[in-house]
Design a protein around this ligand. Sequence first.
Ligand SMILES: [Zn+2]
Length: 116
Amino acid sequence: MRNTKKQIEQHDLHVKRGDRVILTSGKDKGKIGNVKKVIKSENKVIVEGLNMVTKAQKPNPMAGIQGGLNKIEAPVDSSKVMIYCMACEKATRVKHEIVDGKKVRVCKKCGEQIDS
Ligand SMILES: [Zn+2]
């Protein structure tokens, strides 16, 4: 019997929605933004205001859509973003700690909580 069931492995990304991240490559390298969306299946994130691309929008009067050029955020590979710590003002890695029985993420450099 063949096993045709597809196994899609989904790892938790190191970032999640609302995180402040810094881009580590690309044209917006070094810029900081908030994660707007996490696309887990593709290992990608959309960062507010960063990695903008211009997309042509076809006009669709029925839907009230005007044609033209729209600027939208393109997804960024999650390996190209790092958590940005507000406390030490640097790109950082996080470690997990248990505080009051709750799992929180803290900055590896300064120990400040990332989740607040
Ligand atoms: Zn820090």
